[in-house]
Ligand binder design. Structure first.
Ligand SMILES: Cc1ncc(COP(=O)(O)O)c(C=O)c1O
Length: 349
């Protein structure tokens, strides 16, 4: 193959020409089973005819309407769909183009919330060891991933890290039964040490992805840390970029724990990889002072709420809901019976 770009090993990568269902095809005609859906992105497989048709339709109408002067049917319908899928706990959605931006938006909304309340000293973030929240400077600052941070040390935010919530790697002397309580106590101590009046938010992945494999927290953990955060007026940010949007048997991963965080980040499966799309969701309690004092979220970008990206998200989420994919995933994992997922994949593939 001639005239391929080179450098950093890109010339050694297979050049993809097509995707179909769970398979990828390269320029040499080789077929790959896309077992991971890229970095945990695709939830409907490749070249889904209904998603492609919805996108073609959107492109015929208009590809992009500037979010701060116009709205669009795709954006409004997607917003209603997500808010409903979340069970009514959130009020506003700020769209963006990636998981990192969704996290960045969450951090800024937390800061803006306290600024709107005149609490300008609440600026600090607490995050967890062995976590991954993204590659922008803010998101990288709250991520404990040494290899990816190393080149940027010195310019990252000063963030406090507490232990990972991993039943297989417990802090010394902590038993499995006491793990959730011990981790909540450690968070509380970190807040007290920093001074609660200085702490804006605690951010965590309900199920750790890139930095650990698939690591769920112990039972009771999410509720325990939420009550610590509430006690000290610290916002709770859930990063559901990898584990949310229907990935964990419920649409929100934290539905299992019966809690709604103050701010939540989603991306990856939201538009299933058809067009980059991420979002930051905000509860009414967090939205209220921002709305009354500032009148808008100060996190927007040129492509916030990109129309075609919203159309992709809407088409993907419509199929997820119509075909009850979240429910069948939950039933399948409960019964340890993968045949139902297989059935579903055949329908949509
Ligand atoms: C939990 C989590 N948050 C944020 C991100 C960053 O998302 P993106 O790579 O789309 O910027 C990732 C990416 O893997 C992630 O797993």
């Amino acid at each position: 193959m001639k005239n391929r770009p080179s450098g950093f090993g890109i010339e050694k990568l297979p050049q993809l020409v097509r995707g179909e269902g769970s398979c990828l095809f390269d320029a040499e005609g080789k077929r790959y089973l896309d077992g991971s859906g890229g970095p945990a992105v695709f939830c409907l497989g490749h070249a889904h005819p209904e998603v492609n048709a919805a996108l073609a339709h959107q492109f015929e109408q208009i590809a992009y309407a500037y979010r701060y002067l116009f709205t669009s049917s795709a954006l409004e319908k997607l917003t209603a769909t997500i808010l409903e899928a979340c069970g009514g706990g959130f009020k506003d959605i700020v769209y963006c183009g990636s998981g990192s931006e969704a996290v960045e938006g969450a951090l800024k909304i937390a800061l803006q919330f306290f600024a709107a309340r005149g609490q300008m000293e609440k600026r600090r973030f607490i995050a967890r060891r062995r976590s991954w929240h993204g590659n922008t400077l803010g998101a990288l600052s709250i991520s404990d991933f040494a290899q990816r941070r190393r080149a940027f040390e010195g310019s990252l935010l000063d963030v406090t890290f507490v232990s990972a919530a991993n039943s297989y790697r417990r802090p010394d002397g902590v038993s499995g039964e006491n793990l959730a309580a011990a981790l909540a106590a450690e968070l509380e101590q970190a807040i007290v040490n920093l001074g609660p009046h200085n702490v804006a938010a605690f951010i965590f992945e309900p199920i750790v992805g890139a930095a650990g494999g698939v690591v769920p927290a112990p039972a009771g953990y999410a509720q325990a840390i939420q009550s610590v955060c509430r006690r000290y007026e610290v916002l709770l940010i859930a990063d559901e970029v990898m584990c949310g949007s229907g990935r964990s048997g419920t649409w929100r991963a934290l539905e299992h724990d019966g809690i709604v965080p103050d701010i939540m980040c989603i991306a990856k499966g939201l538009a299933g990889g058809y067009i980059p799309l991420g979002a930051t969701l905000v509860t009414p309690q967090v939205a209220a002072p921002i709305s009354s004092e500032h009148g808008a979220y100060m996190t927007g970008h040129t492509f916030t709420g990109h129309t075609a990206a919203c159309a992709a998200g809407l088409a993907v989420q419509h199929i997820v809901r119509r075909d009850a994919l979240v429910e069948s995933q939950a039933i399948a994992s409960k019964n340890d019976d993968t045949s139902q997922i297989g059935q579903q994949n055949r329908q949509i593939g």
